[in-house]
Design a protein around this ligand. Structure first.
Ligand SMILES: [Zn+2]
Length: 146
């Protein structure tokens, strides 16, 4: 399972997983020694707190995937920075998004040639829990219409 997680981001370590009703919940944590502050670019290795961030990713063997990330809030040590703390961020997901970028790509690919109602129904079968308005919003965000 760690290999699957490393494909998403080599900065993540697999901790555990469980499968409940066709949904795979995978718990992961960052292995970065230092995290770069997004506001000033200074590295920090001082953790303020850890919180759970849950998001969906591409399915594995027909199981929908939910990743539970032990996301860190870090202190910024730069006295000139506008922020004293910041949350660790990753390239595979937009800040505050609930789905990985590659899952969003898949949703757009599957939705582009059908109605958002048909798309959300097909996606819900075995790819991702999603409503038609989220499908619409994603297509609009990618400028592909709805
Ligand atoms: Zn900073």
């Amino acid at each position: 399972m760690d290999e699957f997680i490393k494909q998403l981001d080599h900065n993540l370590d697999y901790i555990s997983h469980e499968i409940i009703d066709g949904k795979c919940y995978i718990t992961v944590a960052s292995n970065r020694k230092e995290v770069i502050c997004p506001f000033c670019g200074f590295p920090s290795s001082k953790t303020h707190s850890v919180y759970r961030k849950t998001f969906q990713d591409l399915p594995i063997l027909g199981n929908k995937v939910f990743i539970i990330l032990h996301n860190r809030k870090m202190f910024c040590n730069n006295p000139d920075c506008s922020h004293t703390t910041f949350a660790e961020r990753f390239d595979f997901i937009s800040y505050k998004a609930k789905k990985t970028r590659r899952l969003e790509d898949e949703i757009v690919r599957m939705s582009i040639n059908c109605s958002s109602v048909a798309a959300s129904k097909a996606l819900k079968e075995n790819v991702v829990d999603i409503g038609k308005s989220t499908v619409c919003n994603l297509l609009k965000k990618r400028n592909t219409g709805c």
